[in-house]
Design a protein. Sequence first.
Length: 265
Amino acid sequence: MSSQPNHFLLKKISPILITIIFASIGYGQTIHYNQFWGEVQFNRTINEKWSAELNIGTSYSSTKSSPNIFEQNTQRFFRGWGHYYLSPRWKLSTSIGYFDNKDVPEIGQFASPEWRYALQGIYYFHKAGYTLSTRMRAELRHMKNEDDTHENVIRYRQQIKYIQPVNSKILRSGVIYVLASDELFFKSGTKVTGLSFFDRNRLNIGAGYLFTDDIQVELVYANDFLPRDNADQIVNAASLTLKFNNLFKNIHKKLLDKAEALNED
């Protein structure tokens, strides 16, 4: 009986996602860019309720004159997160990050470094064999515009995400998993980001692999549809993410174990 609501939910969600995807692909064909997004995530467990996370990332893009996805470095960033596990279904988070948006005139981007603050909540629908979650994120972006003054941009993001292990019922060492998500972005109208209320739609489809319980990699295809004042954009991106859980704690533990083993010898 418990599977019937899940099937009903998926049947309701699927037409919405399909509509969004086709709208993304078909509505703004003016400008296309191919990009690469790379990110490394370091997660650290503090106690049963709290954890910390550090993200370091970079982005590259093709241009109008070159299809090479590494033609121009468009962004570098670092961001710190604090996570609070309110319940098995709710994770609440806050973050601060610095994003160095480069001056790349060939893709219509001017230098607009920003400090970004976020509040986030994730609700998990834990099910046997897969995980469905919805993420709500509110961001305050303090960005420099073309006049070298700063503006505050408020952005809201709503995501639904599906993860399913392939060769196991749970995520653990040696398991391959597939993932899919769709996210809608809405923002306040400003000079630096344009006046449109709808910022973008992002579709992600990909897979991941857990080398160990604490080290994993994800390779994802991302499709961004961005309505803009001058011309709509579609971005096709290859996204590579490396995730490390308790990396330095685990290294320290291994060093201590080796030292103890040598002392015993």
